[in-house]
Design a protein around this ligand. Structure first.
Ligand code: GTQ
Ligand code: FE2
Length: 359
């Protein structure tokens, strides 16, 4: 930085850069973009491709301390360095074989499990000392910093879908992980939380970490609740859709992740919308397609697909009931005042299909 009498804009730009400063007047649209800049595409993982790989891991990998879990993460090809499915959500399929225990640990990242393939019986995640049984399509929560271990005391394999917020936690550079040793919390009776979330609790009970309750949501109840609404109009974007509720706050399941189940009726074709939230879907039952940003993603039972932030999407169901489970980061955007949503106004609210997805 020398003689200011001969100063020039070029010289100023060079000097700003050398001083680790940036001229907003050049880059304002980089800093504050007009539309979300989304760095990854929609993707789909077919159950028929994923399951055989997980079963091979069943023969070659044991969920011991250190390895911790036998699960395969759904890695978006555009998010490889972060191993995540959307920019905030990581889902995985996990296998626990008969007699196995995946050891206790806890982490700042919050997680949910959705029992994709279970024959029922004594197979559970023990969360803060409480056994949460996993019947098929049940949802269970392991909120941030709760101790959790998985155990299968049945004669059948169990496979479930994990969803964690670790990509968001890592973006915030706030991840902490702690392995458990032996009995990390006192054993509580089964369904302790289910029975105690209401009016009564043991005097002196220490409460939940961060006030986040340990909950199991039985599928039979959710399925019945969806069925009860079958003949209602529902959402023009989502058919009959219900959100799982945190019974203490009546907000989302976790502060970072909301879970939903939806019923698409035979032949139902919804309208396209988009939002500043990203969503990962798991197909519980049925056959259909979701058009995401102009590409048609055909789906069937067990498939997992991701709708990135700001991507137009609409569902086109086949001729039987379509049942979708989904996990969205919408509560993050909402709690920060950043949630925006749009309906597609052109073309009667539906996209033009320009491509069909194949991996
Ligand atoms: O089951 O606790 O897929 O901690 C990734 C991290 C599962 C688990 C994953 C985990 C778990
Ligand atoms: Fe975990």
């Amino acid at each position: 930085m020398g003689d200011f009498r001969n100063d020039s804009l070029d010289q100023l730009h060079a000097d700003l850069e050398a001083a680790n400063l940036a001229p907003t007047w050049l880059y304002v649209s980089e800093f504050v973009s007009k539309q979300p800049r989304v760095s990854y595409r929609p993707w789909l993982w077919r159950w028929d491709n994923v399951l055989p790989l997980l079963m091979r891991a069943g023969d070659l990998v044991t969920p011991e301390r250190g390895a911790e879990r036998r699960s395969a993460e759904h890695v978006n090809p555009d998010l490889r360095p972060f191993y995540s499915t959307s920019h905030t959500i990581a889902t995985a399929v996990q296998l626990v074989r008969p007699g196995e225990t995946a050891p206790a640990h806890r982490h700042v990242a919050g997680a949910i499990r959705f029992a994709a393939q279970s024959k029922g019986g004594p197979v559970y995640t023990r969360v803060q000392g409480e056994r949460l049984m996993m019947e098929e399509n049940d949802l269970l929560l392991t909120p941030s910093w709760t101790w959790h271990e998985h155990r299968n005391e049945t004669d059948d394999d169990i496979v479930w879908l994990d969803a964690l917020d670790f990509p968001l936690v890592n973006l915030l550079q706030a991840s902490i992980f702690e392995p458990g040793e032996g009995q990390v919390c006192p054993e509580l009776g089964d369904d302790f939380s289910r029975n105690r979330l209401g009016l009564y609790r043991p005097a002196g009970w220490g409460g939940y970490p961060n006030g986040q309750p340990v909950v199991r949501y039985p599928w039979v109840e959710m399925r019945a609740a969806l069925e009860a609404q079958r003949h209602e109009k529902g959402s023009s974007f989502d058919g009959i859709i219900l959100e799982y509720v945190n019974p203490l706050t009546s907000g989302s399941t976790l502060p970072t992740l909301s879970c939903r189940a939806q019923l698409l009726r035979p032949g139902e074709h919804t309208l396209a919308h988009r939002s500043t939230a990203s969503t990962v879907y798991f197909v519980i039952a049925g056959q259909g397609a979701t058009v995401i940003a102009g590409t048609e993603f055909a789906w069937a039972k067990g498939d997992v697909f991701v709708v990135p932030t700001w991507a137009w999407h609409e569902h086109r169901n086949g001729d039987s009931d379509g049942l979708l489970f989904s996990i969205t980061d919408q509560p993050v955007l909402e709690s920060l005042g950043m949630y925006r949503e749009q309906a597609l106004e052109e073309l009667g609210g539906r996209q033009v299909v320009v491509d069909h997805f194949s991996p």
